[in-house]
Design a binder for this molecule. Sequence first.
Ligand SMILES: Nc1nc2c(ncn2[C@@H]2O[C@H](COP(=O)(O)OP(=O)(O)OP(=O)(O)O)[C@@H](O)[C@H]2O)c(=O)[nH]1
Ligand SMILES: [Mg+2]
Length: 339
Amino acid sequence: MKTRTFMDKVVLYAQAGRGGNGCNSFRREKFVQHGGPDGGDGGCGGNITLVGNHDENSLVRLYFTPHQTAPNGGDGKGKQLYGRGGKDLYIAVPCGTEVHDRASGMILGDIKEHGEELLIARGGKGGLGNIHWKTSTHQAPTEKTDGYLGEYVELRLELKILADVGLVGFPNAGKSSIITEISDAHPKIGAYPFTTLNPIIGTLIYKDYSRVTVADIPGLIEGAHEGVGLGHDFLRHIERSQCLVFVIDMAATDGRKPHDDYVALRKELELYQSSLADRPYIVVANKMDMPEAADNLVEFKKETGVDPLAMSVLDNVSIEELRQRIHAMMKELGNRPPA
Ligand SMILES: Nc1nc2c(ncn2[C@@H]2O[C@H](COP(=O)(O)OP(=O)(O)OP(=O)(O)O)[C@@H](O)[C@H]2O)c(=O)[nH]1
Ligand SMILES: [Mg+2]
């Protein structure tokens, strides 16, 4: 059985630690009469906190361990000893994780940065020992309180990958081939549709040390908004991209017209989220090494009015040009100063 390695939506059941009970105890010592109360307080239960971690790229770990519990606080003891505090539980999640309350759907937080923390369940306070009830008129108190329960929450975690640029295209258009050439990512490449089943992120590093991240998502097809193919599900991962690269198979390898592909892709984006279609974009005409591609390109330009970047991954044509265009587009947006 193939093990699941990617998961972008999980439910998390988090139980913070219970506070320890307060202690009811009296000082008993040789030569000390009426030692008085000396029961300490219980320790606090452990909190549960989510922490953004850029080494995590999926929520799969939580998918397999959805029940997370923080340790309870220790009970107070005699001799005024406080109970030990329950250790806080930190759960690493990938940057770009949105945290929703499962019942209401309300967004509780959005973890974007490495090291960013979100406290999701607070541990219960410890109970009070009998020492707190000591007064001049109440010198042998036996009162004490139990620790409070820790918070219990049911959350829905949703990963929306944070990449600067999103690659969109029909299956088999060559998206994974392109990301392999322009970045450090090495996704699987295959001469069949839906080779890529999970989003992949690649990083482009430029001479001025600036970095741009690119996301390769599974191919879209017409009707994706109705769940055809792998559906719209993965578009979530380019929702936060600042710009897009449309990859068109100009050789029409799978028998579709490149113009129709382009129109369908734009329509699917529009149907998913209209703001996505308004982002700055580059259109790439891939597979220009194939004989039918040149004629298709002329027709494509005429029909769409778009002048795409003619490219061939196979012949290594325009790879650097695409890298530079992405760099220029990101610079224009001004969000990534050189590191
Ligand atoms: N002739 C030619 N073939 C190419 C070119 N670029 C990619 N291919 C081939 O096209 C096929 C699909 O490439 P992929 O990179 O897997 O395409 P994809 O868009 O990632 O496909 P999915 O992951 O299925 O959506 C592979 O067989 C590649 O070798 C190119 O420039 N010229
Ligand atoms: Mg692919």
